[in-house]
Design a protein around this ligand. Structure first.
Ligand code: ATP
Ligand code: MG
Length: 749
């Protein structure tokens, strides 16, 4: 158990102490409509973790009330995930569908009590009648049906006498309840669909709000733990159980904050889109945030459990840095796995003064890993090193092999470059080198100073392997959809070379390829004839500020959970705004969330909208620049008006200025209170979009950076950003980034 108790465990302990329950029973209740993701891992850890801490029990329950989306393959994936994480659900898996008959009879009971009725208005009317957050709803005329009529209609619904949508069963609660969810919620709907377990037995299916609390009750659950978005459903949960007179030890619902991770989507629906659209190879694609994906990529269960433990359980929604998950796996493997030599992009090196072969005894584990084991690494005249580890015209601070700088072959000798061989196009094809016989690692008497040791393999003995390098699936921090995908998330290297012991000895399934990262023998595609390795994670956070490779591996822990919203849940008004911002104005969730929760900010935003119809552009400026000002000042103290902000955004929309320049203009507005159009004119900040002006600037930058051009052309497309950045810098941010992008891409083709 973690040292400090979270609020859920505190509640559980109190309930045990007061004798409210004799035994703690929890449940993990996924809907089998997709593979579980890392958010589910958090829920699994909480539910199974609490049960085991207090010697209770946790049920695995498939919440299968929606026949059209569910499938046995998802049930299997859910079982796999729970098992892999090391939890035990006991004898059998439970299914809500097993309780359909019981749930049905509870519905009959409610009808008999006059607490539920069959409604027959259409969807549109139903929406209208529901009212709004500020006005009460009104009840449908069908609410007056007699109990007999209701019983008769409900039975006919069950027996398939009506079409989908013709009738629904509703609870009779309160059409003017402040909690909109309590305005006569639906309990049952008609669905003529084939269910993967009950086949065609049922024509009606219970809604979540009715089925969930009753399933919990039927299973004698004590603590029904769910995520915050169900906070408003808690009233229905209690209403159903109380109205039916189901007494203690009946379950109560408790909510915690759902896990969100940056650069990651966490919704089965969105993940299914990727699978169906072929953007990934399947639910277990190693780039997917599914448990199956992490497992296939090579994550250990310990790293996932440790991550869930670190992020803790909170009552406020938060966004966790994906670097924290990557830290957890790196940290776990660092202490466990053998370190071996693999060359991803081989460059031939011929050691002219060496004849014959020898084997160099090399430990698998560094001295601070409590494991023993070593292998023989063959050495010979013909070896390969990493292409990156040689530079003919080294940049400052380059510590590896150059025409004048010797380097150590890891575990082996020091070599010096004698000659660089190139093909007719000027590409380096081979290095001729000399080794220093008395420089062997461990018994070096050569006195030669080197600044680094590099990986290498002997040509004859090395094994060819395929290496799959994964990067984050999304390039944007708060991804919304396909447009945010990282187009470089998978790179397949077909002809990497690895030292032979990895394949013949098989000391482990996971390895550190020295200086490259952690890798895992792909559990599906790996064969002895064609070994395949997945990159699990790099040795350090490559997305953090780029640092030189030669620096010692940094083992700093990434910053902990950043709390984005401090409020527990939105009020009804805030929810209505959020809804409007996301569905009508198409703002992304993050931005809509910030606006909806901050009244000063949203009213300022609304004011700008009256001036300019550019909801997204306006929102971006408002949640960043304006928000910063409004934090410290009142609306009336601002140096700028909503209309000036609209002018500013209009200039961005019309491509007169770039959004980068807009920030500069905004700073100026704060100082002078001047109109943005005037600032732009006075300071000559108009965006440059003319290719004939931008083009020569790009040419100059290309000429100055031949090495980066080389790297870009050999596949390091991330360097596009470098070139664009340089052009922006050269034009003080005035060049139009889209034009630069296009021109750079053309010129470097
Ligand atoms: P999704 O939106 O991804 O489909 P869901 O909430 O619909 O997720 P369910 O299968 O209904 O998924 O969820 C099973 C359990 O897992 C629920 O108790 C739910 O609260 C929890 N859960 C789902 N997503 C997260 C998350 N991101 N963080 C923590 N718990 C989660
Ligand atoms: Mg769902």
């Amino acid at each position: 158990m973690s040292e400090s108790k979270d609020f859920l465990r505190t509640i559980v302990e109190e309930d045990l102490k007061s004798g409210k329950y004799k035994e703690v029973i929890t449940r993990f209740p996924p809907e089998p409509n997709g593979f579980p993701h890392i958010g589910h891992a958090k829920s699994i850890c909480i539910n199974f973790g609490i049960a085991s801490d207090y010697k209770g029990h946790c049920n695995l329950r498939m919440d299968d009330t929606n026949p059209t989306k569910e499938d046995t393959k998802y049930v299997e994936a859910l079982k796999d995930a729970v098992q892999w994480l090391g939890f035990d659900w006991g004898e059998n898996v439970h299914f809500t569908s097993n309780y359909f008959p019981k749930i049905y009879s509870y519905a009959i009971e409610l009808i008999k009590m006059g607490k539920a009725y069959v409604d027959s208005i259409d969807e549109e009317e139903m929406r209208e009648y529901r009212g709004t957050v500020t006005t009460a709803g009104k009840r449908s005329k069908y609410a007056d049906r007699t109990i007999e009529e209701n019983l008769d209609l409900f039975e006919k619904m069950k027996n398939g006498k009506f079409k989908d949508g013709e009738h629904v069963l509703r609870a009779k609660i309160d059409m003017s309840a402040a909690n909109m969810k309590m305005r006569d919620p639906l309990l049952y709907r008609i669905r003529h669909a084939h269910h993967f377990r009950t086949a065609d037995e049922w024509n009606i299916y219970p809604m979540y709000d009715f089925a969930h609390c009753l399933s919990d009750y039927i299973e004698s659950v004590s603590h029904s733990i769910c995520t915050l978005e169900f906070e408003n459903n808690r009233d229905i949960y209690n209403w159903v159980l109380d109205t039916l007179g189901l007494e203690l030890p009946r379950p109560f619902q408790h909510e915690f904050a759902r896990l969100g991770i940056n650069y990651t989507v966490m919704s089965k629906r969105k993940l299914l889109e990727l699978v169906d659209g072929g953007q990934v190879s399947g639910w277990d694609d190693p780039r997917m945030p599914t448990i199956a994906g992490y497992k296939r990529r090579g994550y250990t269960k310990e790293s996932i459990l440790n991550f869930c433990d670190q992020i803790g359980i909170a009552k406020a929604n938060s966004m966790v840095d994906v670097a924290q998950l990557e830290f957890c796996i790196r940290d776990d493997l660092n202490k466990k796995v053998p370190r071996v030599l693999c060359v991803l992009d081989p460059l031939k090196v011929t050691i002219e003064n060496y004849e014959g072969t020898e084997e160099i005894d090399s430990p698998y584990y560094p001295h601070d890993v409590p494991k023993e084991g070593s292998r023989k690494v063959p050495f010979s005249k013909n070896i390969y090193i990493e292409r990156d580890d040689f530079m003919e015209n080294p940049e400052k601070g380059y510590f590896r092999l150059t025409p004048t700088q010797p380097v150590r072959l890891r575990h082996g000798f020091i070599i010096t470059c004698k000659e660089v061989i190139k093909d007719t196009e000027g590409n380096i094809t081979e290095i001729k080198a000399e080794y220093h016989p008395n420089s062997k690692s461990g018994s070096d008497t050569s006195g030669i100073k080197v600044k680094s040791a590099i990986q290498w393999v002997s040509e004859k003995e090395a094994k060819k392997v395929e290496v799959r390098i994964y990067d984050r699936l999304y390039a944007s921090e708060a991804p919304e959809g396909l447009e945010d995908l990282n187009t470089n998330s998978l790179q397949v290297i077909k002809n990497a070379l690895i030292e032979p012991a990895v394949i013949t000895d098989k000391p482990d399934e996971r390895f550190q390829f020295e200086r490259q990262g952690y890798f895992y023998a792909d559990p599906i595609d790996y064969t002895d004839e064609k070994p395949v390795f997945n990159k699990i994670v790099g040795l350090k956070d490559s997305w953090a500020k780029k640092t030189k490779i030669e620096e010692p591996i940094q083992k700093t822990e990434p910053k902990k959970t950043q709390v984005i919203g401090t409020e527990v849940a939105m009020s009804e008004e805030q929810k209505a705004l959020f809804e409007k911002y996301t569905s009508e104005l198409k703002l992304n969730n993050e931005v809509a969330n910030i606006l909806a929760r901050d009244e000063k900010l949203s009213s300022f935003y609304e004011e700008t909208l009256l001036e300019l119809n550019s909801p997204i552009g306006l929102a971006n400026i408002v949640v960043t620049e304006v928000a910063r000002e409004l934090k410290e000042k009142e609306d009336s103290e601002l140096k700028f008006t909503a209309s000036q902000i609209a002018q500013l955004v209009k200039m961005i929309d019309e491509k007169i200025i770039s959004s980068k320049i807009a920030k500069q203009v905004f700073e100026e507005m704060l100082k002078s209170g001047e109109n943005p159009t005037k600032i732009v004119e006075d300071k000559g900040l108009i965006q440059i979009s003319d290719p004939s002006v931008i083009s020569p600037i790009i040419d100059e930058i290309i000429a100055k950076n031949p090495d980066n051009v080389e790297k870009f052309k050999s596949g390091n497309t991330k360097l596009l950003g470098f070139f664009v950045g340089q052009v922006l810098k050269a034009t003080s941010g005035k060049a139009n980034p889209q034009v630069i992008n296009k021109l750079v891409a053309e010129k470097l083709k």
